[in-house]
Design a protein around this ligand. Structure first.
Ligand code: BTN
Length: 244
């Protein structure tokens, strides 16, 4: 049975902005889907190209405050979504990989990104917005406008992708194990996440809010954080981005 509800927009500034601005009124598990965004946002305040009506631009509103395991790091909800997203993409016959923490790559090119934002008042979590952009149907010309190597599902399998079916499969899969995920956290997906993770054991360029450094990606910890070696010393990183 469907345990989420979708609100559709033809055009909106950003599904994440709408969800955050209307968080009080929106229910747990409401999903905002738009055909286009005029101010689509990515991580690190980048813009997210949002002009293609057959791509996925959606935000999921989650209000898990009363059920959430207090030890659950919220970042791992994004990692849970990364695994779900890889599995849905793989059901189209391609191999999808994760670049920590939550970029989805096909043949080393980005196909999807996730932007999780929270609203917190005092020490209460008012809600969490899980924003998702997936390149489903794009031309090479439009992809070339993106400032990093990018690809699209239609180009990988040489076929137009039905966006509504993709969204339905994705949301059904996400919500089928969501309650279990809230109880178990990253453990639930750790093995799958590791199996799909790129660069473990490799030297990488890691960008954090402070700076960008050359480090070795040693492992991924039980809470989804990154274990690195920097200047010979082990460190744990909870937020940042691997640059390729
Ligand atoms: C990233 O930088 O990788 C994250 C991109 C997230 C884009 C999605 S599209 C739907 C939702 N609304 C936004 O403005 N951003 C997210």
């Amino acid at each position: 049975m469907k345990n989420y509800e979708i609100i559709y927009f033809n055009e909106i500034n950003s599904t994440n902005d709408f969800a955050l601005a209307n968080l009080e009124k929106l229910n747990d598990r409401q999903v905002i889907v738009a055909n286009k965004q005029t101010s689509g946002r990515g991580k690190f305040s980048r813009s997210w190209l949002s002009s293609e009506k057959d791509n996925v631009y959606l935000s999921i509103v989650l209000k898990p405050s009363d059920k959430i395991n207090p030890d659950l790091p919220l970042a791992s909800i994004t990692q849970y979504m990364s695994v779900v997203l890889c599995e849905i993409l793989e059901s189209y016959g391609i191999e999808a990989k994760i670049k920590w923490p939550n970029d989805i790559l096909v043949n080393n090119k980005k196909i999807a990104g996730i932007l999780t934002e929270t609203s917190i008042q005092g020490d209460t979590l008012k809600g969490l917005v899980l924003g998702l952009g997936v390149n489903l149907n794009m031309s090479q010309e439009i992809l070339a406008k993106i400032d990093q190597p990018a690809t699209s599902l239609n180009l990988s399998i040489n076929k137009h992708i039905d966006k509504n079916i993709f969204i339905e499969n994705l949301l059904n899969s996400f919500f089928s194990k969501y309650d279990l995920f809230l109880k178990e956290g990253f453990y639930l997906i750790k093995q799958k996440y590791l199996a799909k993770s790129l660069y473990i054991g490799d030297g990488i360029l890691l960008k954090t809010l402070k700076d960008t450094s050359k480090v070795i990606l040693k492992d991924i910890n039980n809470d989804g954080s990154l274990q690195i070696i920097m200047n010979g010393k082990e460190k744990i990183i909870t937020a940042g981005e691997i640059i390729i």
